[in-house]
Design a binder for this molecule. Structure first.
Ligand SMILES: Nc1ncnc2c1ncn2[C@@H]1O[C@H](COP(=O)(O)OP(=O)(O)OP(=O)(O)O)[C@@H](O)[C@H]1O
Ligand SMILES: O=C(O)[C@H](O)[C@@H](O)[C@H](O)[C@H](O)CO
Length: 183
């Protein structure tokens, strides 16, 4: 794990954790584990894609910025409701570009966790899974679009070459939550 935040960084008391990364990096897998461990509200960001976006991806065409803006705004609204209410939460969203993350970073309660892996490693995973609409052929464009978080974004980066349990424990420790709370 590399923690890009300053050494003195303390997690917010009621964080909204955005699990980001390319398709197949493990966002949903880790989010479900975090949800089980913490009981925090959970949004699968893909559930807010309009049908046109889903159809486009299913046909093997990458989304454009224009396709993504309204989707990102919808996720940001959900995040804002939670930070305003002081409710901790977990969200999955690819958030591939900095401009996308800037929309989601509604205030200091938002903590991005970047699930980082190589195209080979994640490629093997997506070829071996079944997904409702996302074809493995779109993985290259996901990596081409990805802007790795810059140090000043204070994103927590976690390598995905470990078990989901280990990755989740690392994230819980970073958030000052009990890693033993995982079922
Ligand atoms: N740490 C891990 N080790 C091994 N396999 C993993 C790990 N994390 C996830 N996987 C597997 O990799 C595949 C992709 O994971 P997952 O669906 O959670 O990714 P995702 O980022 O949510 O993908 P998408 O954005 O396309 O929905 C799944 O088959 C999952 O079981
Ligand atoms: O920004 C994007 O291109 C999309 O969010 C994709 O990442 C897909 O939604 C996801 O990978 C499928 O699950």
């Amino acid at each position: 794990m590399s923690q890009n935040a300053e050494p003195t960084w303390t997690p917010p008391q009621h964080p909204v954790v955005v699990l980001m990364g390319v398709s197949g990096s493990g966002k949903s897998t880790i989010a479900l584990r975090l949800e089980e461990a913490t009981g925090w509200d959970f949004l699968e960001g893909d559930d807010l894609h309009p049908q046109a976006n889903v159809d486009k991806m299913a046909s093997g065409t990458p989304l454009t910025d224009e396709d993504r803006w309204p989707w990102l705004e919808a996720i940001a609204s959900w995040i804002r409701e939670h930070t305003a209410a002081g409710r901790a939460a977990i969200v999955t969203c690819s958030a591939l570009k900095r401009a996308y993350r800037d929309i989601l970073r509604v205030d200091d309660n938002v903590v991005f966790v970047f699930l980082h892996g190589s195209v080979n490693e994640i490629g093997t995973r997506v070829r071996h899974r079944k997904h409702q609409y996302m074809p493995p052929s779109l993985l290259d464009s996901q990596f081409q679009t990805l802007e790795s978080p810059a140090p000043d974004e204070h994103v927590v980066t976690v390598d995905v070459d470990r078990t989901p349990r280990e990755i989740t424990a690392t994230i819980l420790e970073t958030l000052h939550q009990d890693p033993e709370s995982q079922p």
